[in-house]
Design a protein. Structure first.
Length: 69
């Protein structure tokens, strides 16, 4: 998963409660977005609705990894 439009006001080294809350919200929003893949010729991400949401894809990935151990 990649957040392509992260709010630039969210600083990576800012550990205030307000900033951490923004990071949590950004992560929750990202999980609900449709899976995006990168076009290898244009380097522009595009949605792939057949893959569902990022949360669904992550769950499938974890299940695949768990069942292949």
């Amino acid at each position: 998963m990649q957040e392509y439009n992260l709010d630039p006001s969210i600083g990576g080294d800012d550990t205030t409660k307000e900033n951490l809350d923004k990071l949590v919200k950004a992560g929750e929003d990202l999980l609900e977005e449709t899976v995006k893949v990168m076009d290898v010729t244009s380097f522009v991400p595009y949605e792939k609705p057949t893959e569902g949401t990022n949360a669904q894809a992550l769950k499938r990935s974890v299940q695949f990894t768990y069942h292949n151990f």
